[in-house]
Design a protein around this ligand. Structure first.
Ligand SMILES: C[S@@+](CC[C@H](N)C(=O)[O-])C[C@H]1O[C@@H](n2cnc3c(N)ncnc32)[C@H](O)[C@@H]1O
Length: 401
């Protein structure tokens, strides 16, 4: 299939501020396929008719602008994607004619051409398809796509739940499109559509840790369950919290009385919950770049009666946080960047933890034992000791000196 835009145009997109590496690109074959397939319709579109979902670095949003679309709406779960689109728009002088939107039925209403990178989570796909189909423009066409290895027939079923016509394209450079049209009069009240569905489950981590009510909005890591890596970290949080509070109270020169603990990459907020329960004198901040994660963490805090104790923030890493202001960081870092297995995301988190921690502060983290992060932690953060290690996971504590 001929590309709608020259290869050189895609080459001008950068990943920054997302993780950068030689083997990671700012666009993929799915972006090119989506734009090629929809190019004619995009060129003929009226302002506001193009809706982009899941753009990672701007290929779809800015590509649609290049092809003639205006007032393009963009929804991405990841804040780093929003920032990367903005950065590329500035570089390519395409800062106007598009805007990011919230996960809101009014914001999704009236779309006629939808360009969507398929999310990995079927629940999140269903949520998005429901919003798209709730108030569509006449003649709506949904162009969705992904890498073949990450697609399943269940995705067709989700699209078929709201559209009469769904068909798959031939694969091209290991990507494939699912095209959907003719929305099925989907009767949902405005209130229903406005409510993002969350699942809730009671988890019992064991090791003397009290059960936790976990809430998950579609898209959040591990859903309403306890990841086994997180489970390995939880037994060490209580003592770290107590030691942190004790050290802070002994420090006569502290400006702020309350020691601060951060759950970095909080997902549904399980780590933050255990930290907040461990010691009521600890101020806990749960932060993640995904809107689905921060929505989940806020619900989890509320479900456990900890709304007043846990502050939830959406941030890329800890970019909005000053240096040297945190006493304890706890983190189960990702080992993926997008779909690629990559250490870059974890190393970035360690560096951010080192930056925000005060001298004497500590980072508790967990990782797959085969990853051998301990020397990196030693180099990036400071003296690192192993708290636990089994065949699967290693838990460490690093001190900032
Ligand atoms: C392995 S999950 C752990 C989630 C949660 N802490 C738990 O234990 O269940 C890693 C989390 O880091 C978040 N994350 C990844 N990269 C990030 C970044 N650059 N800035 C902020 N959060 C990030 C992901 O969205 C995800 O929620």
């Amino acid at each position: 299939m001929p590309s709608a835009l020259p290869t050189e145009w895609f080459d001008r997109l950068h990943r920054w501020p997302d993780v950068e590496a030689d083997n990671l690109q700012a666009s993929d074959a799915t972006d090119r396929l989506l734009l090629a397939e929809a190019a004619e319709q995009i060129a003929a579109s009226a302002p506001g008719e193009v809706l982009v979902i899941g753009d990672t670095h701007g290929a779809l949003t800015l590509g649609a602008r290049m092809l003639g679309a205006s007032d393009v709406r963009v929804w991405t779960d990841a804040l780093v994607a929003e920032h990367a689109i903005q950065a590329n728009a500035k570089r390519l002088e395409l800062t106007d004619g598009w805007r990011t939107i919230a996960l809101d039925p009014d914001e999704f209403a009236g779309a006629r051409i939808v360009l969507m990178q398929l999310p990995r989570s079927l629940d999140q796909l269903q949520l998005l398809v429901d919003l798209i189909a709730a108030h569509p423009a006449d003649g709506i066409q949904v162009y969705s796509g992904g890498r073949v290895k990450h697609m399943s027939l269940h995705m067709n079923d989700v699209l078929r739940s709201r559209f009469a016509q769904v068909h798959a394209s031939l694969a091209h450079q290991k990507s494939r499109l699912l095209l959907a049209r003719e929305p099925l009069g989907f009767a949902s009240s405005h209130e229903d559509a406005a409510r993002v569905p969350a699942s809730e489950a009671q988890i019992d981590p064991g090791d003397g840790i009290a059960p936790i009510s976990v809430c998950a909005v579609p898209g959040a890591f591990a859903g309403a369950s306890l990841d086994i890596g997180t489970r390995a970290l939880l037994p060490f949080l209580s003592q770290a919290a107590h030691e942190t509070v004790q050290e802070a109270t002994q420090e006569a020169t502290r400006e702020s009385a309350a020691p601060v603990a951060v759950d970095l990459g909080c997902g549904t907020g399980i780590i933050a919950t255990v930290l907040a329960r461990a010691d009521s004198r600890l101020r806990v901040i749960a932060t993640d770049q995904l809107s689905s994660a921060v929505a989940s963490a806020a619900l989890t805090a509320a479900a456990n009666g900890l709304t007043d104790r846990i502050e939830v923030r959406r941030d890329v890493l800890l970019h909005e946080m000053a240096d040297d202001c945190v006493d304890l960081v706890a983190c189960n870092p990702p080992f993926h960047v997008g779909a690629a297995v990559h250490t870059g995301a974890a190393l970035e988190m360690f560096a951010e933890a080192a930056r925000v921690l005060r001298p004497g502060g500590r980072l508790l983290t967990v990782f797959n034992s085969h990853l051998h992060y301990a020397p990196e932690l030693q180099r990036i953060v400071g003296p690192t000791r192993q708290l636990d290690r089994n065949r699967k996971f290693t838990v460490t504590e690093s001190l900032v000196v």
